[in-house]
Design a protein around this ligand. Structure first.
Ligand code: SF4
Ligand SMILES: [Mg+2]
Length: 443
């Protein structure tokens, strides 16, 4: 689209909703001018706004895309938008975040992360030194000695240097300005034009909460910044760093082409199941409990069944118990947990201890079948209990697999041959997987 001279990106007849003298009005007028200077097609501009008075921007810019987000998260949303456009779409979008000092404090790490990634977006921090919309509370960008609603005797802390943070985060374009600067639109245009992450901190007045309390005038803002050691102007303009999508194309997309496409399990008719069957399989970490449950799921899927697997283990993944709940069903399954188990497999004392801790006896019936290693003491239950020398015959690392093999073979849940094929693909000849003849004789 040919963009006309004096194109406005703002809603016709829009009235600034801000308090008289509020810096936001000027920032937004200058942003409109900056977009005009760049002659951007309004369809190629996305404003992402944060919570706070600056978040009222959306209604003022009805010619461009706008996304209103949660507090502090605007840069996170904008990162996703910009990456999606640059990696998956037409690479035309200019994504601009409008955030206050409060929001940038809440979502600081989103800004850091976007800068580290060097995503093609511009963050405009409208810094009036306090949370304006909620009544004038102190933010991390409030200068030392500044009076706010929550610092009535003056802020005890020095202010956070957001541009310094951006610098440490390798941002390519960094600038600090005052809202009344004559060339603010030119500065914003430069930031928006920059390919990669750019940030402009704009110092401004909240006339409602800051000026009277601090006897503050717009002409004092530059001096205030200097007193905090915060320089004004363009602080960095580095065009050498590769923008995220360029890096992504070189470092990731080229490898993706070499990757084999994912293979999906093609189901065949191999079961006669009429009802869902629930398994609870419990043992010790490092003994392939969950991967054995996974193999059960794979075989059931291959036989045309629906499956779910829900795993559980302590935070320390390499020690303690390991548990899986598996449902195989001829119908769609809407809940992943097993509320009443058909089979409970227990292959170690640690696994038994955890089942007791999880009150397993509340989830069994007299139809439940326990397949338990011979070493495990089980409480008196009305369910059927089958004790097998699983650990002795299969080894600790294949005890749960041996128990599942036993169930599939003896209870005809689905075609046992399918399970055998899966085992052989992973472990080699079936007759040698479970330490030979003894196990085969038993089953
Ligand atoms: S409360 Fe402060 S930031 Fe909000 S509109 Fe009024 S002057 Fe502007
Ligand atoms: Mg603010």
């Amino acid at each position: 689209m040919q963009v006309q001279e004096n194109c406005t990106y703002m809603t016709s007849g829009a009235v600034m909703p801000f308090c008289k003298g509020c810096g936001h009005s000027n920032i937004l007028k200058k942003l409109n001018e900056a977009l005009g200077e760049l002659k951007l097609d309004p369809k190629d501009v996305c404003l992402v706004t944060d919570i706070g008075c600056i978040g009222l921007t959306d209604a003022l810019f009805d010619k461009v895309h706008t996304v209103h987000t949660t507090h502090g998260r605007s840069t996170g949303f904008a990162t996703g938008i910009a990456v999606a456009d640059k990696v998956l779409a037409e690479k035309r979008l200019k994504t601009i975040v409008l955030i206050g000092d409060g929001g940038s404090m809440i979502g600081l790490l989103h800004i850091v992360n976007a800068a580290l990634m060097n995503v093609d977006l511009t963050v405009i921090v409208a810094n009036n030194f306090l949370f304006g919309m909620t009544g004038g509370q102190q933010s991390s960008l409030t200068p030392e000695h500044f009076i706010t609603q929550t610092t009535p005797f003056g802020n005890m802390n020095p202010s956070l240097d957001i541009c310094g943070i951006a610098e440490a985060s390798k941002a390519g374009f960094i600038a600090r300005a005052v809202a009344s600067d004559k060339d603010l639109s030119g500065l914003m245009a430069k930031a928006i034009q920059h390919s990669g992450f750019s940030i402009v901190e704009i110092l401004e007045l909240c006339t409602e909460h800051a000026t009277k309390r601090n006897d503050l005038k717009g002409s004092m803002l530059a001096k205030m910044a200097e007193a905090e050691g915060h320089k004004l102007g363009i602080l960095r303009n580095d065009v050498e760093r590769r923008e995220f999508s360029v890096k992504y194309a070189a470092d990731v997309q080229s490898h993706l082409k070499e990757m084999k496409p994912p293979r999906f399990i093609e189901p065949i008719e191999g079961h006669k199941l009429k009802m869902p069957v629930g398994f609870i399989i419990s043992g010790s970490a490092g003994e392939r409990v969950q991967s054995s449950a996974g193999m059960l799921c794979q075989a059931a899927l291959r036989c045309g069944l629906e499956v779910t697997q829900k795993n559980d283990n302590p935070v320390t993944q390499g020690s303690g118990f390991s548990l899986s709940e598996v449902i195989i069903s001829p119908e769609e399954i809407n809940y992943t947990g097993v509320s009443e188990a058909d089979f409970v497999v227990v292959v170690s004392e640690t696994g038994m201890k955890e089942l007791k801790a999880q009150d397993i006896y509340q989830r069994i019936s007299d139809k439940t079948v326990f397949i338990v290693d011979e070493s495990i003491e089980l409480d008196e239950v009305s369910s059927k209990v089958i004790k097998l020398p699983l650990r002795k015959m299969c080894g600790g690392d294949k005890a749960s697999l041996g128990a599942l093999d036993y169930v599939i073979r003896n209870y005809s849940l689905f075609d046992h041959e399918i399970f055998i094929k899966l085992l052989e693909k992973k472990f080699g000849e079936y007759s040698k997987i479970f330490r030979g003849e003894y196990y085969l004789d038993l089953v």
